[in-house]
Each structure stands twice: as structure tokens, then as C-alpha cells.
Design a protein around this ligand. Structure first.
Ligand code: GLU
Length: 325
């Protein structure tokens, strides 16, 4: 993609999306993690980050919500940065299983066949790979430092969410031990599970998520801090992982309609990357049956169509509608 987006056109389209979908009452907050059930359902924010570091924001973009599965993206990049993309491909893989994100069946069926760092099994495996192995505190610091580098500001765990997840993550505990059984975990399983649970409990704002998306879109260069956070050749690898499995079982539908690699989380956040063009994020807690935020999906779909963000489209059809109008 080569086209530039003008800030004013972007803001106008984001405002339209917010106006159109703010009254939408579809979906329900995630309730299998008790903390998430109680987040105010009407919150709705959209933010985007441009190559010059300008961040455009509409609605509730400073509310800290649970990053949840979106955290799988930075840890996957960090594992690739610390080892190599090839090693992550060998040890974890890049294939969607076609089964739910937290499926134990997928591990049993494909025990000799890796999956992807963007589902629970692969994410726990990625946490186990993070260096320095054997040292939980240093591994956690490596993960949080990396996330802070990506979004250019501090992040903290939401303690209540962490407790809520830790008290109820029996399925993930089974995943961690099953992976151990198949030699697909590379550090202590309980420690790897705890790192995964903690990273999912990080509080993040839509504004921070947009900057993270921007840093990924712009080849690892955080446009708000000017720092190179990871090697630029990793952007296509992480974008392809997001495109493959970012929306749980609805990933194909999402990619087919938008052409934007994105990752959602059950906290209601979605982060989309359009390499070289824009990083974009939206947040609204109520989810559809697959676990994706209803309003955030609608908003991003609308914005992507209006601005011609489909990465698969030939150049002519990517001319932004808003620019033509
Ligand atoms: N911590 C959640 C879990 O492992 C994350 C789920 C998600 O956002 O997909 O179930």
C-alpha cells in the first residue's frame, strides 16, 4: 500500500463511524472472565496513528481496558525479535487450527503440528520462549518493556482482572501442561501460563493500541517516539499472522470484507495494521458470539471501506473514497 491518508479525512471518517455505531446495542460483554462482565458496555472509542506520529482519537480512547488476546501480538513479535521469524515458525507455527482460540482438541489432534502464537496454545508457548528463560521477573520485564516501546507509554496490569483471570483459567492451565506433554513449551509451564495470564490482564487504551498498531505498520519504528522497537522485516510476518487468525473463527469473514490484518481481544479491543499507511484501533466491550467487539468491528469496517485500506486491493480501488468526495 502506498497511499497517504490526510489527517482531516481520517478524523472525519472516524467521527462518522462513531456517530453511526455508538447507539448499537448488539453483543454482550465477555462473562467467562468475571471482571470483564462489569466493564461499562456503552464505552466506545476509535484511534488511529499516522506515519508522522499524529494520533487521531474519537470517543472513549483514554479508558484502560483489558488488552486480552491483543497481547499475543507483541509477545509474538518479541519472540521473533529475540530468536528469528524462522525459529518461531518452527517452534510454534503460523497455521490456524480452525478450532476455537482456546481449544484443547486442537492440541490433541495436531500434537506434532504447531499452530500459531495468536491462539492460546501458541501464545503460552511464545511466553515460554521469551528470554531470559528460567527467570519469570526478567521475562515479564522484557514483555512489558516491549509493549511500552510499541505504544510509547507505560502500561500496568489491572490487578482485579489478573486475579479474576488467574482464579478461572483452568482451561489455559490444561493447555500449558498438554503442551509440555508434547514438548511444545520451552520453560516452566506454570510460569509460562502465569506470564500469559498477566499479559492478558494489562490495561491499555485505544490510543495506546493505535500507536502499537502504528509501530507495527511502520516497520517497528514508533512514530510517536522515533524509536526503532523491532526489526522492520518482522512487520509482514506479524501482519500475516494477524490476517490468518486475528478474529477467532470469524477471521476469514473479517479479512474477506475488510482486507485489514487485525487482532481482537475479549476485552473489546481491536488493533488493525495497514502496513505503511496507518495503525488503527477501536474499543467497545460488547462482543459477538465469536468473541469480537461488535461496535469496534463495525467502526473499523466502515473506516477501512471509506479510506480504501484493503491491503489486497489493486492500487486504483484503494484510492480513499473520502479523498475523492
Ligand atoms: N485471557 C483470555 C483467555 O485466555 C484471552 C482471551 C481473548 O482475548 O481471546 O481466555
Amino acid at each position: 500500500m502506498t497511499h497517504n491518508i490526510q489527517k482531516d479525512a481520517l478524523l472525519a471518517v472516524m467521527n462518522q463511524a462513531h456517530d453511526r455505531f455508538k447507539a448499537d446495542t448488539g453483543g454482550r460483554n465477555a462473562d467467562y472472565i468475571p471482571f470483564l462482565a462489569n466493564v461499562p458496555s456503552q464505552l466506545f472509542g476509535i484511534a488511529a496513528c499516522l506515519p508522522d506520529g499524529e494520533v487521531v482519537a474519537v470517543g472513549d480512547t483514554d479508558y484502560r481496558f483489558g488488552i486480552e488476546s491483543v497481547s499475543k501480538v507483541p509477545t509474538a513479535i518479541l519472540a521473533m525479535e529475540q530468536y528469528s521469524a524462522g525459529e518461531v515458525l518452527d517452534r510454534i507455527g503460523a497455521d490456524a487450527t480452525g478450532l476455537p482460540f482456546n481449544s484443547i482438541m486442537a492440541i490433541l489432534l495436531e500434537n506434532d503440528h504447531p499452530s500459531t502464537p495468536l491462539v492460546n496454545a501458541g501464545a503460552i508457548s511464545a511466553c515460554s520462549m521469551i528470554k531470559p528463560t528460567g527467570d519469570a521477573d526478567k521475562k515479564w520485564k522484557a514483555i512489558t518493556d516491549f509493549i511500552e516501546g510499541l505504544c510509547g507509554s507505560k502500561v500496568e496490569v489491572i490487578d482485579e482482572l489478573y486475579k479474576s483471570e488467574s482464579d478461572t483459567n483452568f482451561n489455559n492451565r490444561s493447555i500449558a501442561w498438554l503442551l509440555k506433554n508434547y514438548n511444545r513449551i520451552y520453560d516452566d509451564p506454570e510460569m509460562s501460563l502465569d506470564l500469559y495470564t498477566r499479559q492478558c490482564s494489562i490495561g491499555i487504551t485505544a490510543r495506546q493500541l493505535a500507536i502499537m498498531a502504528g509501530t507495527i505498520s511502520f516497520g517497528g519504528m514508533n512514530p510517536t517516539t522515533g524509536k526503532q522497537v523491532f526489526k522492520s522485516h518482522l512487520t509482514p510476518h506479524i501482519a500475516s499472522l494477524m490476517a490468518t487468525v486475528g478474529f477467532y473463527e470469524n477471521t476469514g469473514d473479517w479479512l474477506f470484507t475488510t482486507g485489514v490484518p487485525a487482532k481482537s481481544g475479549v476485552g473489546g479491543g481491536i488493533m488493525g495494521v495497514v502496513p505503511g499507511v496507518v495503525g488503527i484501533a477501536a474499543f467497545a466491550p460488547p462482543l459477538d458470539k465469536a468473541g469480537n467487539s461488535v461496535k469496534a468491528q463495525k467502526a473499523l469496517k466502515y473506516i477501512a471501506a471509506q479510506l480504501g485500506l484493503n491491503i489486497f486491493a489493486p492500487a486504483e480501488t484503494t484510492v480513499p473514497k473520502a479523498a475523492k468526495a
